[in-house]
Design a protein. Structure first.
Length: 446
């Protein structure tokens, strides 16, 4: 699994779906502008960085067309209807602004893969209230699933709403109360810390805390006070969380938006029925192998070393696959100051870009660049110099030795790849490696 896959990536709601959500809206509003820098230590925005290690958004899902209105006519989309003026909106019970909320973090599910899928129009209509408060628009929506053996249960649903008076969007999260949540993303204030309020029969807990944006700036740009607002309630067997970060100047507008949304849900007959949400089927494999199982792997077993380097022992062998984007077998060995990393995968577009011929020595021989070899190399060869790819037919012992550099105590083998005729490539790196063993082993593969 690669860390470049994204974390908090949500599939946007298409124009056709927005039209269905808001037939009464006739004017176009500019997209809310986000501040250049926000400091948020405990909000749902911060938990996106934690979940980034496990959260992936699939390219093929983003390419799926939005459902047509004809396909979802059985469920009416939420409509924006006039709400009472701000002065008539209910006043929610909030705590005094304090430090980050004394919340209870979610279950630590680090290492569990998650995938996101866009909501259908029918799912979106069930998760939203019957009517949306005036001015609020649903801009993004997604369901997040824990992926296990190619399929998984629902973790949560998220909607992102914009309001004309707010710089940032409001995040509305729904989940089944007994469902484990990814770490620190669900921070519900303890009952003893936050008083409960009631609005039209709906019990809620509201919490706010303050922080200073730009703290430490010069006197010409003094820090500004910001607030993180949280609102929690349960209805129709579902837990709800509203979160928004606002500058002090937008505090009243944000409170009104929260109150209007809470009132809409108190009057709504919609039930999300999250238990009916189903994850799509995915090709997913993530397991630790023995050496025997690695040799027997139908895709990569022929490229796994028959014998490890002398005086080295296997530390870890992992077989990983997710769709077609990641499919590899990784192994490493260590022993007495030496190490070897061996990654077997299929070639991709980057492989072709890094192909290097023996005569292109400037693009793979790090001995040509004393000191900081990468910085001292010409810019046009740096990508290949960082990790060149050699065809096995042209690989020589000298080419492997050209990737080694010693600092007196350790001889480093800087990573390189070898491409085989069947489209399989092996990436090699390590320290204090015997170049002869590496060369002979690579030549014996395939």
């Amino acid at each position: 699994m690669t860390s470049k896959d994204l974390l908090y990536a949500l599939d946007g709601v298409g124009d056709d779906m927005l039209t269905a959500l808001d037939e009464a809206e006739t004017r176009t509003r500019p997209e809310p502008r986000r501040p250049g820098l926000r400091r948020s230590l405990w909000t749902a925005a911060a938990c996106a960085a934690v979940a980034a290690l496990v959260l992936l958004t699939l390219p093929r899902l983003r390419q799926n067309p939005e459902p047509t209105p004809a396909a979802t006519t059985e469920t009416a989309a939420p409509q924006e209807t006039p709400q009472p003026p701000a002065a008539q909106l209910p006043q929610l019970l909030w705590n005094e602004p304090g430090t980050p909320p004394p919340g209870v973090g979610g279950t630590d599910v680090a290492g569990v893969m998650m995938v996101s899928e866009p909501l259908t129009a029918a799912q979106l209509a069930r998760c939203a209230p019957d009517t949306l408060p005036e001015g609020l628009r649903i801009r993004e929506s997604a369901a997040y699933y824990y992926l296990k053996n190619g399929a998984g249960g629902l973790a949560s649903v998220e909607l992102r709403l914009s309001a004309p008076a707010l710089t940032n969007r409001i995040t509305l999260r729904l989940w089944l109360p007994d469902t484990p949540q990814y770490y620190d993303c669900i921070m519900e204030p303890k009952p003893t810390e936050t008083a409960a309020g009631e609005l039209e029969g709906l019990v809620y807990r509201a919490y706010q805390y303050e922080y200073w944006h730009g703290e430490g700036d010069s006197a010409e740009q003094p820090p500004t006070r910001w607030l993180s607002l949280f609102l929690f309630f349960e209805r129709a067997g579902t837990a709800y969380q509203l979160v928004c970060e606002v500058p002090e100047a937008e505090e009243a507008q944000a409170r009104d938006a929260f109150a209007a949304l809470l009132q809409s849900y108190a009057r709504s007959q919609n039930a999300p029925a999250l238990e009916t949400f189903q994850c799509g089927e995915y090709v997913h494999r993530d397991e630790t192998l023995s050496s025997e199982a690695a040799h027997a792997d139908p895709d990569f077993g022929a490229y796994y070393p028959a014998q490890p380097p002398e005086d080295m022992e296997s530390d870890f062998i992992r077989r990983y696959q997710f769709q077609d984007s990641d499919n590899n077998l990784y192994a490493n060995w260590t022993g007495d100051g030496a190490s070897l990393e061996w990654l077997i995968s299929y070639a991709d577009a980057e492989t072709q870009e890094r192909l290097t011929r023996p005569e292109e020595r400037e693009a793979y021989d790090i001995s040509l660049y004393p000191g900081a070899w990468y910085q001292n190399a010409p810019p046009e060869v740096r990508d290949r110099l960082e990790r060149p790819t050699f065809r096995i037919e042209t690989l020589s012992l000298d080419m492997i030795q050209s990737r080694q550099r010693s600092d007196g105590a350790v001889t480093w083998t800087v990573q390189f790849c070898v491409l085989y005729p069947g489209g399989v490539q092996i990436r090699v790196s390590g320290r204090n490696l015997d170049a002869d063993w590496v060369y002979e082993t690579l030549k014996s593969m395939g």
